[in-house]
Design a protein around this ligand. Structure first.
Ligand code: NAP
Length: 590
């Protein structure tokens, strides 16, 4: 394709898509838009840092061929007042990967915002924001190093779709009349009205991207964040479609949190990603109190907007948070802050947000070695307190440096020393692994406490049961008692006898049927005293159904079954514990 003002570098090759995956040549042409205000300063710094890291990592065998594209004020100057030239859009589509600085929203230019227009024009439906901590960066958290989450925010639907009707307008009055008269809706007079579209298509393509990312990057879990308890047919549907997609397309690579507790006793099956969900308001609290529980988050537009800024604040704020807006393959990486016009052309501001957007871009391209070199060098510069003014004002005795000097300091510490990299990678892996093991151990030993810690509200029999522990029916009562003691349980399942029936023995049975008859626990088998009249309930029975079954059968415990096989026991005590811990009224939290 030929362009009017865009010059594709002669020595580069374009990125392409083959069999649904990106093919990255060794000298890919990548588009960049320097942006407005502070954009040129931070873009210069970012380009130099990326080039230096790539040179160190690949010794000249790989190299980005940068191609300048134009949007915003610079485009306005070149394209005769057009801030949003078509050929820039065509070039991004053709080059597939681009990175951009912030853009001023032109006043009276006919655009809501250039960024929004860009997302719409290229259907960049997923906004991806990794939030992680770099040692030395000032943070309000006690343990910021536990924050390492990637947020996938849906970019095209929700209340951001722009379907709004202002109070008092003709359209508003027509819609209000329809809603009241035809749909029986009730709301106050003169209310402004907005529509919140959430579709299976929009939800599933976003969740698909999040799960694929988690699998490719060996992440532990994907959390679907929603307010489905209140907005059932939009946010609740997002959750349902998310789980559906996970099962349909990634069935053998994922496990739901429900199955994790119910079928696997809290242990993550090797190599599988956990799919869970949390209510939107709880996640804000949890991200501060227990950030390590969250790894990849997939959510709708509004939740994602709030959540990504709140999470960024935990690890140093917007000056450092990177981001990308992506379609199936086309991806535009960008600083998440604005143009900060008062600092334009002063070589003053922090280039970290754009540099880390560049790191994300390298990871997206599979050039992980170069990305890791920057990740490893960055904390060293910060720890030596070479920082721009924004970090300096939060630190004691910092050396305040300019944007370009910060880039120089970072480049000087990109050593390319393989030992440095290996050490960095190993430290990260070890910390992550330790955290995961500790969480798993807690899920196994004390599932109820683990659920509470992680913000999960159990809602089914499987969610509150104790995993099934059993002994053969020929086991002596003494041995069975010992096993119950070891497991900290008051009952144990007895494996099927000749009649094929499961049974149960409780500590109470031992008292009444053995000790009470002056018999010895060594001489009697559990098979002889087992209670084989068991009542069962399906794993997905709701807690009110469990309560009802306990009442109906007038028993203290029920066997939880999945596809006709016993998988656990749920008792009155379990139910009472849930009520005490989580309150009565499951699913009605607001
Ligand atoms: P802003 O440009 O993000 O600036 C707000 C404040 O954040 C700055 O005054 C500065 O704080 C701090 N800041 C931002 N970037 C920084 C950096 N790299 N290093 C250090 N500090 C940084 O927000 P705004 O003033 O609301 O918006 C200005 C323009 O940017 C508007 O036209 C808006 O539409 C546009 N915008 C564009 C994007 C985008 O292109 N993605 C995003 C948001 C806003 P101190 O003053 O405290 O030092």
């Amino acid at each position: 394709m030929s362009y009017q003002h865009i010059h594709l570098p002669e020595h580069g090759e374009k990125i392409s898509v083959k069999d649904g995956r990106l093919h990255i040549p060794d000298k890919p042409i990548i588009g960049y838009v320097e942006g407005d205000g502070i954009g040129p300063d931070i873009t210069r710094a970012m380009l130099r840092v990326l080039d230096a890291a790539i040179e160190k990592a690949y010794a000249g065998n790989r190299q980005i061929q940068w191609c300048e594209l134009f949007l915003g004020e610079k485009a306005g100057r070149i394209y005769d007042g057009n801030y949003f030239p078509d050929e820039t859009l065509s070039a991004i589509r053709e080059l597939i990967v681009a990175i951009k600085g912030p853009l001023t929203t032109p006043v009276g230019g006919g655009f809501r915002s250039l960024n929004v227009s860009l997302r719409q024009a290229l259907d960049l439906y997923a906004c991806v924001r990794p939030v992680r901590y770099y040692s030395g960066v000032p943070s309000p958290m006690k343990e910021p190093e536990k924050v390492d989450v990637v947020i996938f925010r849906e970019n095209t639907e929700d209340v951001y779709a722009g379907i709004e009707y202002e109070s008092g307008t003709e359209d508003n009055i027509r819609l209000a009349r329809f809603l009241r008269q035809e749909m029986g809706a009730e709301f106050f007079e003169d209310a402004g009205l907005g529509v919140k579209p959430i579709s299976p298509f929009g939800s599933k393509r976003l969740v698909r991207k999040a799960i694929q990312y988690a699998i490719d990057n060996h992440r532990e879990s994907v959390t679907l964040v929603h307010k489905g308890n209140i907005m059932k047919f939009t946010e609740g549907a997002f959750r349902t479609w998310g789980y559906e997609l996970a099962k349909e397309e990634f069935g053998d690579q994922v496990v739901t949190e429900e199955e994790l507790y119910a079928v696997h006793g809290g242990k993550t099956p090797a190599g599988k990603v956990i799919i869970k969900d949390r209510i939107a308001d709880i996640i804000f609290q949890l991200l501060q109190l227990r950030p390590a529980e969250f790894d990849v988050i997939a959510t709708m537009n509004l939740n994602g907007d709030y959540l990504s800024d709140a999470a960024a604040a935990e690890v140093g704020g917007m000056g450092i948070a990177p981001g990308a807006n992506t379609a199936d393959h086309v991806a535009v990486f960008e600083a998440t802050h604005g143009t900060a016009p008062k600092y334009a052309d002063q070589d003053k501001v922090n280039p970290s947000s754009l540099i880390f957007s560049g790191v994300m871009m390298l990871e997206y391209m599979g050039w992980r070695e170069a990305a890791d070199l920057i990740n490893a060098a960055y904390p060293r510069v910060i720890q030596e307190k070479f920082v721009t003014y924004d970090f300096a004002r939060l630190m004691d005795n910092a050396h305040t440096v300019s944007t370009s000097t910060f880039a120089d300091a970072l480049i000087a510490r990109i050593t390319g020393d393989p030992e440095d990299l290996a050490r960095y990678e190993q430290e990260r892996r070890e910390t992550l692994q330790k955290e995961r093991e500790a969480r798993e151990a807690r899920r196994v030993s004390d599932p109820m406490a683990a659920m509470k810690d992680s913000g999960r509200q159990p809602s089914t029999a499987a969610g509150i049961m104790s995993p099934l522990k059993s002994v053969p029916d020929s086991t002596s009562v003494a041995e069975a008692l010992q096993k119950m003691r070891d497991l900290g349980m008051r009952s144990i399942m007895i494996e099927p006898d000749a009649s094929g029936q499961w049974g149960i023995v409780t500590q109470r049975d031992v008292v009444t049927k053995v000790l009470g008859t002056n018999a010895s626990v060594n001489d009697i088998t559990v098979g002889a005293i087992a209670n084989r009249k068991l009542f069962s309930i399906p794993a997905d029975a709701t807690l009110p159904m469990v309560a009802e079954a306990l009442r109906h059968y007038d028993v203290r415990r029920l066997v939880v079954e999945a596809k006709g096989t016993p998988i656990g026991i749920v008792s009155q005590t379990d139910l009472i514990q849930v009520i005490e811990e989580f309150d009565w009224g499951w699913g009605l939290h607001e």
